[in-house]
Structures are given as C-alpha cells and as structure tokens.
Design a protein around this ligand. Structure first.
Ligand code: ZN
Length: 264
C-alpha cells in the first residue's frame, strides 16, 4: 500500500470508529478517539473540536505533536480541551497506537463507588480479574489547575498515562468517565464498547444480588462469580483475534445510517 493509500485507510477507520462509538452509545457530543500517525514519528491524529458523530472529512482531522499536544499547523481549528489524555499516553507508551476517551453513563458509577469494575463475561476479559484502576484527578491537581475534572495539561495527562504502565487496557476516571488504549483503532473501539456492556452487566448482577438479599434476609448475600485471572487473559486474547467480526458489523451499521458520513 502506498503512503497516501495507507494514511487514507487510517482516516477511514478513524472516522468509522468515531461513528461506531456514537452509534454504540459510548460517546455523545463529548468523548473522542485518536490514533498514532503511522508514518510521521512523534505525531498523533484526532478530530477538531466537534461531536464524533459529525466527523466526516479528512479536513476534520488535525495532526498534533505528541510532545505537547499542539497542532503541527498553528492555524488549525481549535482542538479538544482533553488532548493531553492522548498525547501523554502516546509519549509514555510506544506500543499504544489508539486511544478512546468516553463519559459513558453505564461506567460512571464505578468511578465514584468502592465497587471495582471487573471482567464479568468473556467479551470483556481485557478488564482483568483484579478490578480496573481509578484515576482520581484530585490527587494530581497543582496550583492554577481548574477543578472541572478535565485533563487539561501535561502533568494531569502524564498521571493518567502511568495507569497503563503494567499493560492495563482500561482506566476509570473519577466523576468523569474512562480511557482505553489499544494497538489499533479497532481494538480500542472494541474495548470501549465492551467496557460499557460489562459495566451494565455488572450493575444488573449487583442489583439482582442486592434485591435477592433483601427478599431473604437470612440468606448469605449472593456474590458475583467474576472471570478468574486465567479466564480473563484467555478471553482477552480471544477478543483480539475475533475483533474483525464486530468491526465489519459496526461499520455496516454506521454506513447504513443516514446520520454518519465518511468521505475519507
Ligand atoms: Zn472527558
């Protein structure tokens, strides 16, 4: 594949991925996807500051320096306030090629409660058996930082990026949302979608457990049988090799919808 064809295929996947994240309810007007530029060292790509569902043209995409999250072209349209989530993850982790950041309703409760989000089923083995870590931005704020929960600068982004040091795939963000990383756009999108599904499943299971305990007060509280470490690892491998199937389905779904346009 020639270089122009290669970058165009990334643009297409990026725009499809942004539409899929919206169609699946993982992002609304907020939230974003990015990818490491496959040809330009030290550069990543995300859209200008618009809702992911409305990204449609290569002109909607902006190239940023990983070093400081500033656009290569200083005359570029304004970018997302939270670009440092992406730049700092690419800076710290050479093996990460795509990042999704979401404010999913289903996931938020696990960012503000002491119940850990854990792999409940085979499609979310990448969440692991131990529980997904939670980034509490309050611990990293410095003088002058706004208290709006957004990751607005290098030191807040760097603190978040460190949560991926041990090969972790997903980090929850207190009172805000979550960020997931992958070695491809497809993998990051798949993890974002199934993180949301897993959160809904875990909430349903916890609700059943709580209601059954209230109905039979003397019975031992029913506990969730999460995936074991071994099961979670094997399931994570499975979703990696099978990720082409949901990607094809989800791409067809957004192509068939009148809302989304991909002109790349
Ligand atoms: Zn955010």
């Amino acid at each position: 594949m020639s270089n122009p064809d290669l970058i165009r295929s990334y643009w297409r996947d990026f725009i499809d991925g942004s539409h899929i994240l919206h169609h699946q309810g993982v992002v609304d007007a907020y939230g974003h996807l990015s990818f490491r530029h496959p040809l330009k060292s030290g550069v990543f790509v995300m859209s200008r500051n618009i809702a992911p569902a409305t990204i449609s043209l290569p002109d909607d995409l902006v190239e940023y320096w990983i070093a400081n999250a500033e656009p290569l072209d200083p005359n570029s349209a304004s970018g997302y306030a939270e670009r440092h989530i992406h730049s700092e993850i690419y800076k710290r982790h050479a093996n990460i090629n795509a990042v999704v950041h979401s404010h999913s309703d289903a996931v938020i409760p696990y960012t503000i409660m002491s119940v850990a989000l854990r792999a409940c089923y085979h499609m979310a083995g990448f969440l692991g058996a131990e529980g997904v870590p939670v980034y509490n931005i309050t611990e990293y704020l410095e003088q002058g930082d706004l208290r709006d929960m957004l990751v607005r600068n290098e030191h807040l982004g760097n603190a978040l990026a460190r949560f991926f040091d041990d090969g972790n795939s997903v980090t929850l963000m207190r009172g805000h949302g979550f960020t997931t990383v992958g070695d491809s756009i497809q993998q990051a999108v798949l993890q974002a979608v199934y993180t949301q599904h897993n959160a809904a499943i875990q909430t349903a299971a916890l609700t059943i457990g709580a209601s059954s305990a209230s109905m039979t007060p003397r019975a031992a509280p029913s506990s969730i049988q999460y995936l074991t470490k071994e099961e979670a690892q094997a399931a994570a491998d499975m979703t990696k090799w099978s990720s082409g199937r949901p990607w094809k389905l989800w791409t067809r779904e957004v192509e068939a919808s009148g809302l989304y346009v991909n002109s790349a």
